[in-house]
Design a protein around this ligand. Structure first.
Ligand SMILES: [Fe+2]
Ligand SMILES: [Fe+2]
Length: 247
């Protein structure tokens, strides 16, 4: 069994320092790795990235993240990524990483993702150049996720995104903004692979649990949704959701 701790939308800046750390100190007793589903910072500055590293670095377990839209706000995402990488944190954008845990190989493939909407209420690749570019961005990112998921041979495979791959986990958000919270293309990409679990954030007012059309469990781990420092999920066991719950 592999235990994955996960959270998203921690939005760290100097005012958040110390808020997560007490619970994180206990994480190695409860989980084998920590996955963070984007919006690591509030405005994507280098200073905030350093604050994030102070809060989430040096935990004693591997930390794997994707960036969120907030981490792009200052157009410093490359420098933010460098700060995280220098601290030993793995940042995925169209790539996969493999962790060896208890003799099992855990594969994690990640992209930030993008909006576009879901069946019956989605943007289409038609009309103005700007609209085609919007949908084209969504489709390219989804293709990168699928390729990353398919690039590893592992015992358990997880898709990590910021934007949602299904509408189930958006319930609680206004319907009018679903198209800005996720897209069906991410769910379709996940369903084309042997992924066992999909984790995302971004929808602060959404719901924790959903499922792709192909049946892959989806969990919205945005901090305002799970209301604790992290949730723990099990892989290679009968149930995805762990009885182990952190504060
Ligand atoms: Fe967020
Ligand atoms: Fe976000």
């Amino acid at each position: 069994m592999i235990r994955i701790a996960a959270v998203g939308d921690v939005h760290v800046d100097k005012d958040v320092l110390g808020r997560f750390r007490p619970a994180l100190e206990e994480l190695p007793d409860r989980a084998d790795a920590l996955l963070i589903a984007g919006d690591l910072t509030r405005h994507g500055t280098v200073d905030e990235a350093r604050c994030f590293v102070t809060e989430f670095g040096g935990l004693g377990v591997p930390v794997v993240v994707v960036l969120g839209n907030h981490d792009h706000q200052s157009d410093q995402q490359a420098r933010v990524t460098d700060v995280l990488t220098d601290a030993g944190i793995t940042v995925l954008e169209g790539e996969a990483t493999v962790l060896e845990l208890h003799g099992h190989r855990l594969g994690i493939a990640g992209v930030k993702g993008f909006g576009g909407g879901f069946a019956g209420a989605c943007a289409s690749n038609f009309g103005e150049r700007e609209m085609k570019e919007f949908v084209g961005t969504t489709e390219v990112i989804a293709q990168r996720l699928e390729a990353a998921l398919m690039s590893v041979q592992v015992d358990a495979l997880v898709a990590l995104t910021h934007y949602a791959p299904v509408p189930d986990t958006l319930v609680g958000e206004p319907l009018e903004i679903y198209a800005f919270l996720g897209c069906y293309q991410l769910g379709r990409a996940i369903d084309a692979t042997p992924a066992a679990l999909a984790l995302h954030g971004h929808a602060h007012h959404g719901s924790e649990r959903g499922r792709t059309p192909g049946g892959v469990p989806v969990r919205n781990v945005a901090h305002p949704v799970i209301k604790q420092a992290y949730n723990v999920y099990q892989l290679l066991s009968d149930s995805v959701d762990s009885a182990l719950v952190a504060n």
